[in-house]
Design a protein around this ligand. Structure first.
Ligand code: CTP
Length: 399
């Protein structure tokens, strides 16, 4: 996939620096040549010897090295590669990049290069969410610097949240996308549902579920990255709208269906939302009041429309490819296959959402893709990696 590509990897000084050793290997496995530069702080976390041995080449560190300068000047070094990758990218190096500071070899190369740059941030959650870091990231993005991650999860500093280095396969995929901006879905339209739906009881109360929307949002972003024109129809989530995607924010299942239908025609629909199966019959227009000593009100539920089945129904508006999800807690494959037949969709992404799998709301997902031709169990992957893989399969199917 990366045969013949030259990646210049800048490792900055964070605890995640050890993962860059794995990154070097994975890039080489794909056929890339990797040259490395360590910041002064990175040497506290990984040794130049290990980096040199793995990358099978010199490790650049010193801005004023006579030897390095005589062999290849730093300007040339920064331009020889096809792509510069900063992984991990600490808050500090992002700040220096944003300010254009060239205070050591790594930052000088980043300032001198005319090649694309991809940053994989990794830092403490508070440093990532700090207004200064966010402003630096916005500045760098506005200058065309590409980003992968950070992911969310438990961190080395015992905190939880965004700031973890993206998983190595995800960084490799981002590098591949940056080096080969294939747009196999250019000109194709996609509709993706994501998140929970919220079914109102009265103006202040509702019935909802625990879906985070992470998987659906990641799919929308992955399809857009391959060039598709994507409408993401999302129930309420805590997630930011993915870049380059049109987002319709909805609440109830009925609103979600209407927004999907408004986004047609589409070449592909992916229904990843956890749609409530039932809505409330006769939603109260005023807040339901407690009558002193009175019995609690009872709520009657009525079936919601099945969005996946509706989009899968034969007709002129049916997308060429309709993909559903099957959230199951037992007999995963059998239930998912039955669901595929019942709903009339082409593919089903089956996942086990039993308690203990951490799928619902978590970052990882282990899925089995069931298509017309059989089933393919994928390894446990970050949800963004699942999305990238699914988007690739969709691109193949629509090509
Ligand atoms: N789905 C939908 N509209 C609904 C219910 C589900 O579009 N009203 C879609 C989901 O987005 C998913 C697929 O149908 O792609 C399967 O959802 P799931 O919750 O696994 O199945 P259900 O249809 O709810 O069936 P059951 O609860 O019996 O497993």
């Amino acid at each position: 996939m990366l045969a013949g590509k030259k990646v210049f990897l800048i490792i900055s000084g964070g605890i995640a620096a050890y993962k860059s050793l794995d990154l070097i290997r994975r890039l080489q496995d794909q056929g890339a040549t990797v040259r490395c530069c360590l910041t002064a702080n990175a040497k506290e976390f990984v040794t130049p010897m290990a980096v040199s041995a793995l990358s099978r080449g010199p490790v650049y560190m010193d801005q004023f090295s006579l030897k390095d300068e005589s062999e290849m000047g730093h300007i040339e070094l920064s331009r020889q590669a096809d792509l510069l990758v900063v992984a991990p990218a600490t808050a500090n190096i992002l700040a220096r990049m944003a300010a254009g500071i060239a205070d050591e070899l790594a930052t000088t190369l980043l300032l001198a290069t005319d090649k694309p740059v991809l940053a994989a941030p990794a830092m403490n959650v508070r440093m990532w969410t700090h207004a200064a870091t966010q402003a630096n990231v916005a500045t760098l993005k506005s200058r065309g610097i590409l980003f992968v991650g950070p992911g969310e999860g438990p961190m080395a500093c015992n905190e939880y949240g965004p700031g973890r280095l993206a998983e190595v396969p995800e960084i490799v995929a981002a590098i591949a996308a940056a080096l080969d901006p294939r747009r196999p879905l250019a000109g194709k339209r996609a509709v993706v549902t994501s998140g929970p739906t919220v079914e109102p009881i009265d103006p202040v109360r509702f019935i909802a579920n625990r879906s985070s929307g992470k998987q659906g949002h990641a799919i929308a972003a992955a399809l857009a990255a391959l060039g598709a024109e994507v409408t993401l129809v999302s129930g309420p989530t805590a997630l930011a709208d993915p870049e380059g995607v049109t987002v319709a924010h909805v609440e109830s299942a009925r609103e979600m269906l209407a927004a999907c239908q408004a986004a047609l025609p589409a070449d592909v629909a992916v229904c990843a939302a956890a749609v409530a199966d039932w809505g409330v019959d006769g939603i109260a227009t005023q807040k339901i009041k407690k009558e002193p000593g009175g019995a609690p009100p009872s709520i009657r539920l009525v079936p919601n429309p099945d969005i996946l089945a509706t989009l899968s129904a034969p007709g002129a508006a049916r997308p060429r490819l309709v993909v559903g999800f099957a959230a199951e807690t037992e007999n995963l494959i059998a239930h998912a296959q039955a669901k595929r037949a019942r709903k009339g969709c082409d593919w089903i992404v089956a996942n086990d959402v039993s308690i203990g799998t951490g799928t619902f709301g978590g970052d990882a997902n282990q899925v089995t893709l069931i298509t017309e031709t059989g089933s393919d169990a994928w390894p446990a992957l970050d949800k963004r990696a699942v999305a990238a893989r699914l988007a690739d399969r969709i691109a193949e199917a629509l090509s």
